[in-house]
Write a protein that binds this ligand. Structure first.
Ligand code: AMP
Length: 137
């Protein structure tokens, strides 16, 4: 059975897309710890990031780097924080979080509630920045 993140990458479950290619997909986290909190996943199913092959790990990291650059351009922040946990969803994903200060990376505090319009607005800006920087492929 496909994971929830595979179903998101395939378009079966809606998401606020930031970037997509044949191997990777990036979309806004539905329970953000900061505006622009994004998840980057490989389309190939794999639970634990450190079980990826060297090539797949490098490919995911490089795609995440491009997404981080686009987020940096689209969301006011000092830099993009990175986290990997994967305790909730068993499909490898990298959290990219636009941060102003260390506490913006706090996963234990109450999550933000952004309206669908706010989420769409952030995703559209970040996707436009990604496409401008790297083309839409
Ligand atoms: P973790 O597996 O602990 O790294 O956390 C999984 C993350 O996926 C959490 O931050 C969730 O808010 C996020 N998440 C779960 N379901 C969805 C979804 N349908 N769309 C976007 N993000 C999701």
């Amino acid at each position: 059975m496909p994971t929830i993140f595979s179903r998101i990458a395939n378009g079966e479950i809606p998401s606020y897309r930031i970037a997509s290619d044949d191997s990777y997909y990036a979309f806004l986290d539905i329970n953000p710890v900061a505006p622009g909190h994004t998840l980057v996943i490989p389309r190939k199913e794999n639970d634990y990031i450190f079980d990826l092959s060297d090539a797949d790990y490098a490919g995911l990291a490089l795609f995440a780097k491009k997404v981080a650059k686009a987020l940096e351009a689209a969301v006011p922040c000092k830099r993009i924080g990175v986290a990997v946990m994967g305790l909730e969803v068993p499909h490898t994903h990298i959290h990219l979080i636009p941060i102003q200060k260390e506490s913006d990376m706090n996963f234990f505090r109450e999550k933000l509630t952004l309206s669908p319009e706010e989420m769409s607005g952030i995703a559209a800006k970040a996707e436009a920045a990604f496409n401008e920087m790297y083309g839409n492929k």
